[in-house]
Design a protein around this ligand. Structure first.
Ligand SMILES: CC(=O)N[C@@H]([C@@H](O)[C@H](O)[C@H](O)CO)[C@@H](O)CC(=O)C(=O)O
Length: 303
């Protein structure tokens, strides 16, 4: 099976708010245009980076619509439709299908610790609601549910399942999922801090929350891996990790810091929604330093 359209660098799309904290259509479309100009292969809309967990159904549907208006036919579009109830997830899935998204994806059920049978049924019910391909989302650190290779194998019996976005930290998980599915599945690397190692262990592509603030570096890292230039790949990953660690070291949340960088680059996407914390005055100087780190790394590897 060919998954060419899912290969490459797919930034996780950020929530774009106006100055009052409402979803902004204009800012959402500006972020779409910025990512298109950067040459990324697709976007993952409405996931963790999209702050889905802090948005109501109508807001999430609006974001899916604005992104499709701007990018449909220009790059691969994946809609994250995970929600607290199966009913809401199905509503989002049907909406994404009418907008022409290329695939759906969902985290497992959250809050209650449900048995595997309920997790399986949740994902299967979403899949059955539309004809779209489906990508399982494994992110144990936020959901408390760990996808096992045997559960993945069971899910793969449904032909709508084309792969997994794996955000667990061990790259061995990527290797195991790839082993179960072989060439018939696509495995996405989730943790940006190990994009290179994830790709080497079998990930076909990457979906990540920090890609959009430094797309050039991830596009280049992917090229180094594809060319078998592992030394350069390791070095660019090391610089990327310095940047991610700096982004995570501020008073404001990582997403608030990322958004401030974008705002300063002329792509105003607003701030984050509470309870995520926005940046403080003390964060400004380190954010300026982070921008320099990004620029220096781009100059070093992408010149
Ligand atoms: C918990 C989390 O947000 N993980 C990110 C990572 O890309 C993460 O931002 C990055 O590795 C930095 O820690 C992705 O795996 C998930 C993601 O971006 C999304 O669903 O929007």
């Amino acid at each position: 099976m060919t998954f060419e359209k899912f290969h490459g660098i797919l930034p996780a799309f950020y929530a774009c708010y106006d100055d009052q904290g409402n979803i902004s259509e204009a800012r959402t479309k500006d972020l779409c245009n910025y990512l298109f100009d950067k040459g990324v292969q697709g976007v993952y809309v409405g996931g963790s980076s999209g702050e889905c967990i802090y948005q109501n159904l109508e807001e999430r549907k609006a974001v899916l619509s604005y992104v499709a208006d701007q990018l449909k036919g220009k790059m691969t579009l994946i809609a994250h439709v995970g929600a607290p109830s199966t009913r809401d997830s199905i509503e989002l899935a049907k909406h994404a299908a009418t907008l022409g998204y290329d695939a759906l994806s969902a985290i497992p059920p959250i809050y209650f610790k449900l048995p595997e049978s309920a997790v399986y049924k949740y994902w299967t019910d979403i899949m059955e609601a539309t004809p779209l391909d489906f990508i399982i989302y494994n992110i144990p650190q936020t959901t408390g549910y760990t996808l096992t290779p045997s559960m993945f194998e069971k899910l793969l019996a449904n032909k709508k399942v084309i792969g997994v976005k794996n955000s667990s930290m061990p790259t061995m998980d990527i290797e195991r999922f790839k082993k179960v599915g072989g060439d018939d599945v696509i495995v996405f690397n989730g943790p940006d801090e190990q994009f290179v190692s994830g790709r080497i262990m079998g990930a076909d592509a990457g979906i990540g929350g920090t890609y959009a603030v430094m797309p050039e570096l991830f596009l280049q890292a992917n090229e180094f891996v594809k060319a078998g230039n592992f030394n350069e790949a390791r070095l660019i990953q090391s610089d990327i990790n310095d940047i991610i660690i700096a982004l995570c070291s501020l008073q404001g949340s990582m997403y608030a810091a990322i958004k401030e960088v974008l705002n300063r680059r002329g792509v105003n996407v607003g701030s984050v929604r509470a309870p995520l914390e926005g940046i403080t005055n003390e964060d400004i100087a380190p954010i300026e330093d982070i921008m320099k780190l990004i620029d220096q790394a781009i100059e070093r590897y992408c010149g």
